[in-house]
Write a protein that binds this ligand. Structure first.
Ligand code: 8OZ
Length: 370
């Protein structure tokens, strides 16, 4: 029987166990340049089968929150080198999550104070997080976006490609393309946020076109075996929805089967919320999604996430519903989560007050077992 503690190959990345640290935004990276505390935070958690970085902007236009990192300047690449070196010195593995927020942004963060960009000029009823000059933080409504022009889309794909190259230069073991949680790629996928009438809007193939082009560019640049992707078929995060997610995401995974990717990372239900969240009367069928991927020839590891505890994770892997399980909040509070799951010890509780912003408190000071 397969357990969480068995090794697995995720494409070209060899994982010593199947317990992965989920990407977690922490808003502790001023000027978007990772620092010594970023390196310590990830190195503390290096016993994970794999670390996925917090969402990391591929361009300034892709920035949507205060004090989140980027991968588009030389200083950012140098900052990430400290992180990957510290993780590798601690025998860990780490991939960078590549992020363009699309409309989930604020003019305050955009180049020249411009409007954030989106598939269509439809504002998200959601908030972003900004930090005031005095250091205090707060959530504010996102700005009105403008629709991307057709001729701008190759430039967005190019920004993903360049960021993937930068990730390899910074020493990462691979990248995870963030196509979840109502950010740019997901805004194109879902019909609530994509009202385009060109080749990137309308039917499913058109709405998935940007995703497919980004995967093709990134996999072509750094190798499919170092390229992964995260999707969230039903999440309402950041005000996206689609009345018919099953055929949409079936098409997406059938397309993803074209490349021997590292892993497919699926958020089940509402991100950080109910696992059984659904639109209308039909529950989303994750087993059918995985079967469609396999039927199309997909061989990447299948990673699941959202509200897993030890029992649920053990069962998912033992019963073959997943190859790998990503843990979020539990990894914030338990740097030695792998050991604690193995030894079935109690977990430290997390402190929601220190999730976003601040310094070492709630970041570097969670205790490990003696
Ligand atoms: C929490 C706060 C800010 C951003 C996501 C990148 O949901 C995020 C995020 C989460 O994917």
């Amino acid at each position: 029987m397969t357990t969480l503690f068995d090794p697995i190959a995720a494409g070209d990345i060899a994982l010593p166990n199947r317990i992965v640290m989920a990407p977690l935004t922490r808003n502790r990276v001023p000027s978007a340049v990772p620092s010594a505390i970023t390196a310590t935070y990830y190195a503390q958690r290096a016993s994970a089968g794999l670390l996925i970085t917090e969402a990391t902007a591929i361009s300034q236009q892709g920035q949507g929150y205060a004090d989140v990192p980027g991968l588009y300047t030389a200083a950012q690449i140098e900052g990430w080198k400290r992180v990957t070196q510290a993780v590798h010195a601690a025998d860990g593995r780490i991939v960078a999550q590549l992020w363009h927020v699309g409309r989930v942004s604020h003019t305050f963060l955009q180049p020249d104070g411009a409007a954030p960009v989106a598939p269509s000029a439809i504002a998200a009823k959601t908030k972003t997080y900004l930090i005031n000059p005095d250091g205090s933080g707060g959530f504010v409504p996102t700005s009105e976006p403008r629709a991307l022009r057709l001729k701008e889309l190759p430039g967005i794909v190019e920004d993903y490609r360049r960021a993937a190259r930068a990730a390899i230069e910074a020493g990462f073991d691979g990248v995870e393309i963030h196509a979840a949680n109502g950010y740019l790629i997901d805004q194109f996928l879902r019909s609530s946020s994509n009202h385009r009438t060109d080749a990137y809007g309308g039917d499913i193939a058109n709405r998935a076109r940007l995703l497919v082009e980004v995967v093709e560019a990134v996999a072509g640049e750094i190798g499919a075996g170092r390229t992964a992707i995260r999707i969230s078929p039903v999440t309402p995060a950041n005000d996206v929805s689609d009345p018919d997610p099953q055929p949409l995401f079936t098409y997406v995974v059938e397309q993803l089967a074209r490349w021997p990717l590292a892993y497919i990372h699926v958020i089940e239900g509402a991100t950080g919320g109910a696992r059984d969240f659904q639109h209308g009367d039909t529950p989303f069928d994750y087993a059918a999604l995985r079967a469609s991927y396999a039927k199309a020839g997909g061989r990447a590891a299948w990673m699941v996430n959202n509200g897993y505890d030890r029992e649920l994770a053990e069962a998912a892997v033992a019963e073959g519903r997943a190859d790998i399980v990503a843990f979020g909040k539990a990894f914030i509070a338990n740097p030695d989560l792998v050991r604690r799951l193995r030894e079935k010890t109690l977990l430290n509780p997390w402190d929601t007050k220190t999730f976003y912003g601040g310094g070492e408190k709630g970041y570097l000071d969670y205790p490990t077992l003696a």
